[in-house]
Design a protein around this ligand. Structure first.
Ligand code: ZN
Length: 206
Protein backbone atom coordinates (compact mmCIF):
# COMPACT_ATOMS: atom_id res chain seq x y z
CA UNK A 1 0.00 0.00 0.00
CA UNK A 2 1.20 3.48 -0.85
CA UNK A 3 0.13 6.73 0.81
CA UNK A 4 1.01 10.29 -0.13
CA UNK A 5 1.46 12.33 3.07
CA UNK A 6 0.66 15.61 1.27
CA UNK A 7 -2.62 14.19 -0.08
CA UNK A 8 -3.58 12.62 3.27
CA UNK A 9 -2.84 15.71 5.36
CA UNK A 10 -4.67 18.00 2.92
CA UNK A 11 -7.85 16.18 4.03
CA UNK A 12 -7.04 14.66 7.42
CA UNK A 13 -9.08 15.35 10.57
CA UNK A 14 -6.35 15.34 13.19
CA UNK A 15 -2.68 15.69 13.95
CA UNK A 16 -0.85 12.39 14.36
CA UNK A 17 -3.11 10.70 11.82
CA UNK A 18 -1.92 7.15 10.97
CA UNK A 19 -1.23 7.06 7.22
CA UNK A 20 -1.67 3.28 6.94
CA UNK A 21 -4.11 0.81 8.57
CA UNK A 22 -1.34 -1.36 10.05
CA UNK A 23 -1.05 -1.16 13.87
CA UNK A 24 -0.16 -4.71 14.93
CA UNK A 25 2.75 -5.43 17.33
CA UNK A 26 6.06 -4.68 15.65
CA UNK A 27 4.58 -2.55 12.87
CA UNK A 28 5.96 0.78 11.75
CA UNK A 29 3.26 3.46 12.12
CA UNK A 30 3.92 6.72 10.23
CA UNK A 31 1.51 9.46 11.37
CA UNK A 32 0.91 12.67 9.44
CA UNK A 33 0.64 16.18 10.86
CA UNK A 34 -0.12 19.51 9.21
CA UNK A 35 0.50 22.62 11.30
CA UNK A 36 -0.84 25.97 10.14
CA UNK A 37 -0.29 29.48 11.47
CA UNK A 38 -3.13 31.97 11.78
CA UNK A 39 -3.94 35.32 13.34
CA UNK A 40 -5.34 33.78 16.57
CA UNK A 41 -3.73 30.35 16.23
CA UNK A 42 -2.28 28.58 19.27
CA UNK A 43 -1.22 24.95 19.65
CA UNK A 44 0.12 25.19 23.20
CA UNK A 45 2.84 22.93 24.53
CA UNK A 46 2.74 19.53 26.16
CA UNK A 47 5.04 16.60 26.80
CA UNK A 48 4.70 13.06 25.48
CA UNK A 49 6.25 10.00 27.05
CA UNK A 50 6.30 6.78 25.03
CA UNK A 51 7.86 3.40 25.79
CA UNK A 52 8.56 2.93 22.06
CA UNK A 53 10.82 5.02 19.83
CA UNK A 54 9.62 7.83 17.56
CA UNK A 55 11.27 9.52 14.59
CA UNK A 56 10.18 12.93 13.25
CA UNK A 57 10.63 13.77 9.55
CA UNK A 58 9.84 17.22 8.15
CA UNK A 59 8.23 17.02 4.69
CA UNK A 60 8.35 20.80 4.26
CA UNK A 61 7.92 23.89 6.42
CA UNK A 62 7.80 27.67 6.29
CA UNK A 63 8.71 29.93 9.24
CA UNK A 64 9.64 26.89 11.32
CA UNK A 65 12.84 25.88 13.11
CA UNK A 66 12.52 22.57 11.24
CA UNK A 67 14.33 22.45 7.91
CA UNK A 68 12.71 20.57 5.01
CA UNK A 69 13.84 16.91 5.10
CA UNK A 70 15.20 17.28 8.64
CA UNK A 71 15.03 14.07 10.69
CA UNK A 72 14.91 13.96 14.51
CA UNK A 73 15.03 10.89 16.74
CA UNK A 74 13.09 11.98 19.82
CA UNK A 75 13.76 10.91 23.39
CA UNK A 76 11.14 8.76 25.14
CA UNK A 77 10.04 11.92 26.99
CA UNK A 78 9.85 14.88 24.59
CA UNK A 79 8.14 18.23 24.25
CA UNK A 80 5.42 18.62 21.60
CA UNK A 81 4.33 21.87 19.99
CA UNK A 82 3.47 23.14 16.51
CA UNK A 83 7.12 23.52 15.46
CA UNK A 84 6.11 26.87 13.97
CA UNK A 85 8.40 29.79 14.82
CA UNK A 86 5.40 32.16 14.90
CA UNK A 87 1.97 30.51 15.19
CA UNK A 88 0.26 33.84 14.46
CA UNK A 89 1.96 34.11 11.03
CA UNK A 90 -0.74 33.03 8.51
CA UNK A 91 2.03 31.94 6.10
CA UNK A 92 3.69 29.60 8.63
CA UNK A 93 3.13 25.90 7.98
CA UNK A 94 4.72 22.48 8.35
CA UNK A 95 4.00 18.94 7.18
CA UNK A 96 5.60 16.48 9.58
CA UNK A 97 5.52 12.68 9.86
CA UNK A 98 6.00 11.13 13.31
CA UNK A 99 6.73 7.42 13.05
CA UNK A 100 6.30 5.01 15.98
CA UNK A 101 7.73 1.51 15.99
CA UNK A 102 5.12 -0.56 17.84
CA UNK A 103 6.45 -2.90 20.52
CA UNK A 104 7.12 -6.44 19.29
CA UNK A 105 5.47 -7.95 22.39
CA UNK A 106 2.39 -5.74 21.97
CA UNK A 107 2.65 -3.95 25.31
CA UNK A 108 3.03 -0.19 25.27
CA UNK A 109 2.44 2.66 27.69
CA UNK A 110 2.33 6.36 26.98
CA UNK A 111 1.71 9.50 28.98
CA UNK A 112 0.65 13.04 28.11
CA UNK A 113 1.94 15.70 30.47
CA UNK A 114 1.10 19.40 30.88
CA UNK A 115 3.48 21.69 32.73
CA UNK A 116 3.01 25.24 33.98
CA UNK A 117 4.42 27.73 31.45
CA UNK A 118 5.67 29.89 34.34
CA UNK A 119 7.28 27.48 36.83
CA UNK A 120 7.34 24.12 34.93
CA UNK A 121 5.36 22.42 37.71
CA UNK A 122 3.56 19.30 36.40
CA UNK A 123 -0.15 20.15 36.09
CA UNK A 124 -1.58 17.04 34.42
CA UNK A 125 -0.14 13.60 33.84
CA UNK A 126 -2.38 11.22 31.91
CA UNK A 127 -0.82 7.78 31.56
CA UNK A 128 -2.58 5.22 29.37
CA UNK A 129 -2.19 1.76 27.86
CA UNK A 130 -1.32 2.27 24.20
CA UNK A 131 -1.01 -1.39 23.25
CA UNK A 132 -2.31 -1.97 19.70
CA UNK A 133 -6.00 -3.04 19.59
CA UNK A 134 -6.77 -6.71 19.05
CA UNK A 135 -8.17 -7.73 15.67
CA UNK A 136 -11.15 -9.44 17.29
CA UNK A 137 -12.42 -6.22 18.93
CA UNK A 138 -15.31 -6.07 16.43
CA UNK A 139 -14.34 -2.82 14.71
CA UNK A 140 -13.63 -2.28 11.02
CA UNK A 141 -11.24 0.60 11.75
CA UNK A 142 -9.14 0.57 14.94
CA UNK A 143 -8.91 3.60 17.17
CA UNK A 144 -5.31 4.82 17.41
CA UNK A 145 -4.52 4.55 21.16
CA UNK A 146 -2.32 7.65 21.15
CA UNK A 147 -5.16 9.76 19.75
CA UNK A 148 -7.67 8.40 22.29
CA UNK A 149 -5.22 9.06 25.14
CA UNK A 150 -4.46 12.55 23.81
CA UNK A 151 -8.18 13.45 23.68
CA UNK A 152 -8.58 12.19 27.28
CA UNK A 153 -5.60 14.33 28.30
CA UNK A 154 -7.16 17.44 26.73
CA UNK A 155 -10.47 16.72 28.52
CA UNK A 156 -8.67 16.38 31.87
CA UNK A 157 -6.86 19.63 31.20
CA UNK A 158 -10.01 21.54 30.32
CA UNK A 159 -12.72 19.94 32.47
CA UNK A 160 -10.81 19.66 35.75
CA UNK A 161 -9.37 23.16 35.41
CA UNK A 162 -5.85 21.92 34.75
CA UNK A 163 -4.71 25.33 33.53
CA UNK A 164 -4.43 26.90 36.99
CA UNK A 165 -1.05 26.15 38.60
CA UNK A 166 -1.39 25.22 42.30
CA UNK A 167 2.33 25.92 42.78
CA UNK A 168 2.69 29.49 41.48
CA UNK A 169 -0.91 30.52 40.72
CA UNK A 170 -0.25 31.12 37.01
CA UNK A 171 -3.32 30.58 34.83
CA UNK A 172 -2.14 28.55 31.82
CA UNK A 173 -5.57 28.77 30.17
CA UNK A 174 -7.40 25.97 28.39
CA UNK A 175 -5.80 23.43 26.10
CA UNK A 176 -6.38 24.29 22.40
CA UNK A 177 -8.18 21.07 21.45
CA UNK A 178 -9.40 22.17 18.00
CA UNK A 179 -5.88 22.73 16.66
CA UNK A 180 -4.98 19.09 17.33
CA UNK A 181 -8.28 17.52 16.17
CA UNK A 182 -8.03 14.40 18.37
CA UNK A 183 -11.68 14.42 19.44
CA UNK A 184 -12.85 14.70 15.86
CA UNK A 185 -10.75 11.71 14.80
CA UNK A 186 -11.96 9.58 17.74
CA UNK A 187 -15.60 10.46 16.98
CA UNK A 188 -15.21 9.84 13.24
CA UNK A 189 -13.60 6.45 13.90
CA UNK A 190 -16.39 5.53 16.33
CA UNK A 191 -19.05 6.67 13.84
CA UNK A 192 -17.57 4.73 10.92
CA UNK A 193 -17.51 1.57 13.07
CA UNK A 194 -21.13 2.08 14.14
CA UNK A 195 -22.19 2.68 10.53
CA UNK A 196 -20.37 -0.49 9.45
CA UNK A 197 -22.13 -2.53 12.18
CA UNK A 198 -25.48 -1.05 11.15
CA UNK A 199 -24.88 -2.22 7.59
CA UNK A 200 -23.89 -5.70 8.78
CA UNK A 201 -26.92 -5.88 11.10
CA UNK A 202 -29.32 -4.86 8.33
CA UNK A 203 -29.26 -8.43 7.07
CA UNK A 204 -28.83 -9.89 3.60
CA UNK A 205 -29.94 -7.83 0.60
CA UNK A 206 -33.53 -8.52 -0.48
ZN1 ZN B 1 3.26 27.42 38.00
Amino acid sequence: MKANVYERMAKGAAQLMPLFPYDYPGSIVPCGNVLIGGRDQSYGQFYHWNTVSEVVVCYGAHNSPLAPAQIIATKNLHGVNSRLADETDPDACAVIVVTQHQAEDGHQTEAMIARCANCKNELIRHEYDSSPPKDEDGTVVHQFPTTVGSAQFADLHNVVGGGLCPHCGHDNGGFPVAAWGWHRQVRQTDATNRAYRALKDSGPAA
